[in-house]
Design a protein around this ligand. Structure first.
Ligand code: ATP
Ligand code: MG
Ligand code: MG
Length: 550
């Protein structure tokens, strides 16, 4: 129905292969283990793993773990789980940039010996000042002309732990007047006396992202190093290292536009803030745009992959409408989710003319368009619950649901008519007394049309459930657009509304992560962690109505 959008990198590789340039495609997905993956990462995962899959190549999972302070094992574990859950498998072992610390150190020595790197003692403020601006060239550091011998000795002392954090750095000696500021003697190594989750206390100097990334790609034989557009300006530096070091292979960097989605934020730092401040229940809170959150909300791998196909891969930055994400999951669940009835806001209906002719076990399809999925049994009895929203005492014209004197069909069951509204002294409705037409099970009523259909459950058989109605976490399209306003000011106070509902009894054994369409209500998923027999918890994944403007 909806087809994949263009993917310029796929086209590029197709062309390269047509010209015999690329033999085996090797890509990598390189997360920094400083948070959970989000929907933006899903785009990168689908792209990198998807290309390897399509061209019969390999995609590596490489943790970009050069910053020991912010990284944790929990993140390493969750990232692997998320990639696998999306349906991808990396080639070989999980890799870590920290696996290459020895080699990177050797390459730093190489640059020093060649007179292409030096130890600098400017403070961060001085370094900023010396660096110049977009319109003004930088000035050379007073340490720039140290001899290789001096630099080797100094760098060795940095490594040996003789200096405190921040005292000195190793910089590449490139060009302080370069138009591209990234080439104005960028930092290669910093001193950091911190424990690293992979290398322990072996190192107290850590390589920068720029000094690590391309060389890691080269070591791994990556052919296409795909990253987001912010790194376009780093490409000359990426290439400078590859040209100035004896690397075993020459990878190529290609940039694409990152995914931005409205009504949410996709920055690990901001997502971490939501978690740390207890605004959400954790990284996998169903309101979070994390892969773990989307999963818990009821997204499927197929829907996320479909979404990534739909958005395509280009070089122009834009904002994707979150309705497109909703559309992807809705399309999947419309086809695949089993149907069930669940009343969120119950009001009692009493059938006044029950007798032995009325069926007490009604069969309904698990999915109306998929008979192969079988049937479910709905107990029917004299006391039912319907949703309060499906009754109006004083309805407007063209109201086709239940009203005094008016008929409606109970979904999968009989036509009933409301004969009387019973209220307490305060005027609250206690029950609706209704009579049913016994001739209407699976048949149209004689001589009249009944347009409305409402859902229901048998009161005595219904199973209670906690139903969590989730909505967007933010009330505005671009919560973090205005740098002057804290994005937390735009939090949606109603992003979670929890209700006690009544479900048809077939849901009593709902297994975690089972997807349902609650008929007429929306798509729901049994909570991955909380749902169990005796305590049912369902999360609303998405409503029924599609408002994505194609
Ligand atoms: P954040 O800004 O949220 O911290 P990041 O880019 O620092 O994200 P990484 O862990 O470095 O996070 O990202 C791993 C890979 O995922 C990178 O190649 C990065 O380009 C890609 N990626 C991150 N965010 C997006 C996004 N919004 N759209 C597409 N790709 C993304
Ligand atoms: Mg990053
Ligand atoms: Mg980051």
């Amino acid at each position: 129905e909806t087809t994949a959008a263009p993917n310029f990198i796929r086209n590029l590789i197709t062309d390269e292969r047509a010209q015999g340039q690329t033999t085996k495609v090797v890509t990598r997905f390189p997360p920094e283990p400083n948070g959970y993956l989000h929907i933006g990462h899903a785009k990168s995962i689908c792209l990198n793993f998807g290309l390897a899959e399509q061209f019969g190549g390999d995609c590596h999972l490489r943790f970009d773990d050069t910053n020991p302070a912010k990284e944790e094992q929990e993140y390493i574990d969750s990232i692997q789980e998320d990639v696998r859950w999306l349906g991808f498998q990396w080639a070989g072992e999980v890799r870590y940039a920290s696996n290459y610390f020895d080699q990177l150190y050797q390459w730093a020595l190489h640059l020093i010996r060649e007179g292409k790197a030096y130890v600098c003692e400017l403070t961060p403020e001085q370094m900023r000042e010396y660096r110049g601006t977009l319109t003004e060239p930088g000035r050379p550091s007073p340490f720039r002309d140290r001899t290789p011998a001096e630099n080797l000795a100094e760098f060795e002392r940095m490594r040996a732990g003789e200096y405190p954090d921040g005292a000195k750095v190793l910089r590449a000696k490139i060009d302080m007047a370069a138009a591209n500021i990234n080439l104005r003697d960028p930092i290669l190594y910093r001193i950091r006396h911190a424990h690293h989750h992979q290398t322990g206390d072996l190192w107290c100097i850590y390589p920068s992202y720029d000094f690590t990334h391309g060389q890691s790609d080269a070591i791994e034989g990556v052919t296409h190093s795909i990253c987001t557009l912010e790194f376009e300006d780093h490409r000359p530096l990426y290439e400078w290292f590859l040209a100035n070091l004896p690397v075993p292979h020459q990878p190529k960097q290609t940039e694409f536009a990152r995914l931005n989605l409205n009504y949410t934020v996709t920055s690990k730092r901001k997502l971490k803030l939501l978690v740390d401040q207890g605004i959400v229940e954790g990284w996998d809170d169903p309101r979070m745009p994390t892969i773990a959150g989307l999963r818990r909300r009821g997204y499927t791998p197929a829907a996320l992959r479909h979404f990534c196909d739909l958005i395509g891969v280009t070089r122009s930055n834009g904002v994707v409408d979150i309705n497109m994400l909703y559309h992807s999951i809705r399309t999947d669940l419309e086809e695949n989710a089993q149907r069930a009835m669940c009343v969120l806001n119950p009001i009692k209906v009493v059938i006044t003319n029950m007798d032995a002719d009325v069926a007490t076990q009604i069969k309904a399809p698990v999915h109306p368009a998929r008979p192969e999925l079988g049937e479910r049994v709905l107990p029917f009895s004299a006391e039912l619950y319907i949703d309060a929203e499906d009754f109006m005492e004083d309805p407007p014209k063209k109201y086709f649901r239940l009203a005094p004197g008016q008929e409606v069909r109970l979904r999968n069951a009989y036509v009933i008519r409301c004969d009387q509204v019973i209220k307490d002294e305060q005027g609250h409705i206690l029950e609706l007394q209704c009579s049913l037409d016994k001739e209407t099970l699976g048949k149209n009523p004689e001589g009249r049309k009944v347009k409305g259909v409402i859902h229901w459950v048998s009161a005595a058989h219904a199973v209670p459930a906690e139903v969590r109605l989730y909505d967007n976490l933010f009330t505005v399209e671009a919560p973090d657009a205005d740098k002057e306003v804290d994005f937390l000011a735009h939090l949606n106070p109603d992003s979670l509304v929890s209700v006690q509902a009544y479900c048809e009894p077939s849901l009593a054994q709902a297994q975690p992560e089972t997807h349902y369409q609650f008929e007429r209500v929306g798509y729901f998923c049994a909570d991955r962690h909380l749902c169990q027999e005796g305590r049912l918890v369902f999360n609303r994944t998405v409503g029924l109505k599609d408002s994505w403007a194609k």
